[in-house]
Design a binder for this molecule. Structure first.
Ligand code: MN
Length: 466
């Protein structure tokens, strides 16, 4: 294929390839979530392989305007498309942005040493078709480093790009196929129950919670159900996990979940139930069985546990394959993370903190670390009314006076056509904040004095919608 026939984004990557190849001193800034960490690991591994000296730093969006150009080439990864980069526009430092968030600047607004690659400029959906890690991987692939593709898949899963229809699509699918082609990864259709490798089946089942069922948060009910379905919970000297089940056993659980859900939800949702119960699983074949690293969802949780404890270095080491002590450290952080979540959940339940409005429910989780407010909001979903979204508030911390808002809802509402990411963006802007995200998981930052106004506006926006 000649250059002219290549899709335009690839021409951009060709330029990026040249920029990176010719650089001798590189600084990478990547975002602090699972996608950003994986993207950073892909870029850092790429530069390692090219023997290019570099530093990497993981930062949150609000710190971006404090950064000054100090290196020959600065790469921004999984961030910066939505931010002002005035410090860099007037400097001699070369800038490469690899982001997938909605861009502020139009395509090719800047030339010379400033290159911004964003799928949204090329008609590619940055929410579902490619992640920040995916963009980093496409660059890595121009150097032939297909072995880094598994991290591109992990990034997409970490960013919940498969959250709505249960599978990766668009460029994500191509990255997935690269990984499959070198036997790094196995992709298969499975029950969408979290904890495939590490959780005993009856525990994993009890967390099934887009819609509240008799088994939700009830391990005894789960054990009874498995007994009824004649699925042993113990085998080969250990508790069985979802991974251990035969196709036939999975089919029995699938049918039973569909039956239970059909009884709970209004008729118009029934056709969406199979999507809720099953989806694609991604298994990393080079990782050890029954560890969180073997399954993409569980791996992304482990990375998030590092990130939420501000231990980015540990995540980076695990991702880059420097496993020895990093792996143990990561396990410790995962346990700590889980304990923290359980404590906060207990507190929230004791205080019965979920307040109901006409079209939504909310809680004020002041004291919950802003990094985990989204996770807690999602966990509370199975305690409230699944027909309405849950909104959680917490302080941002670090002496800033804003409030972080998180929203989670059942995927059934998204199947019904509601996009809460777009709604929260508009409502946040009306009260002087900013926000956005996915249809079923999104967030915002708003001034603390505006939380009541925000809730009222949000609630009235949903009149007739939910
Ligand atoms: Mn991202």
């Amino acid at each position: 294929m000649s250059d002219k026939e290549k899709p335009p984004m690839m021409q951009g990557f060709k330029k990026a390839h040249e920029m990176v190849k010719n650089a001798e001193d590189v600084k990478i800034y990547s975002h602090i979530d699972c996608d950003g960490l994986s993207a950073g690991a892909i870029l850092s591994s790429t530069l390692d392989k090219l023997e290019i000296q570099h530093e990497i730093e993981f930062i949150s969006l609000d710190l971006l305007d404090e950064i000054k150009p100090e290196n020959e080439l600065t790469i921004f990864s999984d961030l910066a498309s939505g931010q002002n980069l005035d410090n860099f526009l007037t400097s001699n430092s070369q800038v490469l942005i690899l982001d997938h968030h909605p861009p502020l600047r139009s395509l090719n607004q800047y030339n010379g040493g400033f290159l911004e690659l964003n799928p949204n400029h090329y008609g590619i959906d940055g929410s579902y078709e490619i992640s920040g890690g995916g963009m980093a991987y496409i660059l890595a692939k121009t150097f032939g480093f297909i072995d880094l593709s598994w991290m591109g898949v992990l990034s997409a899963v970490g960013d919940m790009q498969d959250s709505v229809n249960g599978k990766l699509q668009g460029l994500n699918r191509e990255i997935l196929n690269d990984s499959i082609s070198i036997n790094q990864l196995h992709s298969y259709h499975d029950l969408s129950i979290y904890g495939r490798q590490t959780r005993p089946l009856f525990v994993a089942l009890s967390y099934f919670g887009d819609v509240k069922l008799p088994i939700t948060n009830n391990r005894n009910e789960c054990l009874l159900l498995l007994r009824e379905l004649e699925i042993p919970t113990f085998g080969d000297g250990k508790q069985r996990t979802l991974y251990d089940l035969s196709m036939d056993e999975k089919q029995r659980i699938f049918s039973e979940l569909v039956r239970m859900l059909s009884r709970e939800v209004p008729q118009r949702y029934v056709k969406h139930i199979p999507q809720l119960v099953s989806g694609d699983a991604y298994e990393f074949l080079n990782e050890e069985l029954y560890t969180p690293l073997r399954d993409a969802s569980e791996f992304s949780t482990a990375i998030n546990a590092c990130s939420r404890n501000k231990e980015h270095e540990i995540a980076l080491n695990v991702l880059k394959g420097n496993r020895n002590s990093a792996l143990k450290d990561m396990e410790k952080l995962t346990r700590k993370h889980r304990r923290y979540l359980a404590q906060k959940m207990d507190l929230m339940k004791q205080e019965d903190s979920l307040i109901k409005m006409e079209n939504l429910q909310y809680f004020t989780g002041y004291g919950i670390k802003s990094e985990v407010i989204g996770t807690i909001t999602g966990m509370l979903l199975s305690n409230g009314d699944w027909r309405k979204p849950i909104i959680g508030f917490t302080n941002v911390g670090d002496n800033k006076d804003g409030v972080k808002v998180s929203l989670r809802c059942s995927r059934l509402l998204a199947y019904d056509g509601i996009h809460f990411g777009n709604i929260i963006q508009k409502v946040a802007e009306k009260v002087g904040g900013f926000g956005g995200g996915h249809s079923v998981a999104c967030g915002a930052y708003i001034p603390e004095s505006c939380t009541d106004k925000f809730l009222q506006l949000f609630d009235s926006t949903l009149n007739g919608v939910v």
